[in-house]
Design a protein around this ligand. Sequence first.
Ligand code: PMP
Ligand code: GLN
Length: 383
Amino acid sequence: LLDAQGAPRPTIFAEMSALATATGAINLGQGFPDEDGPAAVLEAARAAIADGVNQYPPGLGMPVLREAIARHQKRFFGLEVDPDREVLVTAGATEALAAALLAFVGPGDEVVTLEPVYDSYAAIIALAGARHVTVPLSAPDFLPDPEALRAAVTDRTRVILLNSPHNPTGVVLDAAFLDLAIELAHRHDALVVTDEVYEHLVFDGVQHVPAASRPGARGRVVSISSAGKTFSTTGWKIGWLTATPELRDAVLAVKQFLTYVNGAPFQPAIAVGLDLPDSYFAGAAAALQAKRDLLSEGLRAAGLTVSRPSGSYFVIADAASLGVDDADAFCRSLPERAGVVGIPLTAFVHPDRRAPYRSLVRFAFCKRTEVLTEAAERLAALR
Ligand code: PMP
Ligand code: GLN
């Protein structure tokens, strides 16, 4: 977490966003949208501030939001969630992940994740003093091998931490893989914690399957999501966790001393968002799919090989065809060579295991069409 001088190391996202700002390059690194989300949600936050919703909200989150989360889980996934006993509002998915891991694991325990892996997971596993065990996702399709999961989960495993749709690969885990994770959790007395922040951003007719909807999930699965991606409000940091009362309360015990509470006026606004009609959610996914296709075509035209993500904000491009075998150096030179910023996939992989990923770059396509068109034109300079 610290550099050789003892200073906090910036995250790869902060570092690459700073590079984009310094060079004037188009920032396809850090995943955040460059357009506001639904007007009704923004207006509800303004109204809440005007109405004086500006003090500490309740520790569990405001009832209006917890009830909307429960309705959302029922409407989209058929899940029955008790808004009072089974929901916890958090400072983004990031805090839910941190509080859950700190609640459930300690020194000597093991946490199994897929790898490449979202950066905060490795950091929180380390903060909890636990050991990080990984299941590799390999190019070109990045689908996990069920046998690798079987091999990774042992009696030392406390948490199987899964992310679907997956950042950075865009893989969407299928029901069979989730069922295996739940089966292994039962066998080894572990928990399955799922990060579903991209739950609505799925493409090509692929369905997001929450692990909580699978047989045997009750009491074994802790589900985490966030409003950031679904409503293009990444800066509001409203997330949530759903689990059985006992598990929810264990996470609350930690969460109350991390942030206590957050985002009072944003909570009723996100409740408005969660109750938007189905057409909003379908429209957001369809618009993002078109952006995926636009950027993918630009990358292909520039001579790179491109993955086909089923969800998320991200596409993986292989620059091996351009002679690249050090994605980190390539990404640092990209602003100058092509006026674009991407993130080396190696940033999501432990230093000892980076070799298979050394020509791969993650590009974010959650940007306005004109920005993606301009990026595609600039990338042509790589040819
Ligand atoms: N998990 C994943 C997989 C993410 O991509 C992100 C943010 N991009 C987060 C968690 C963090 O979500 P939040 O901003 O709600 O904390
Ligand atoms: N989740 C975003 C991404 O993957 C970044 C969030 C952050 O900067 N921590 O790009």
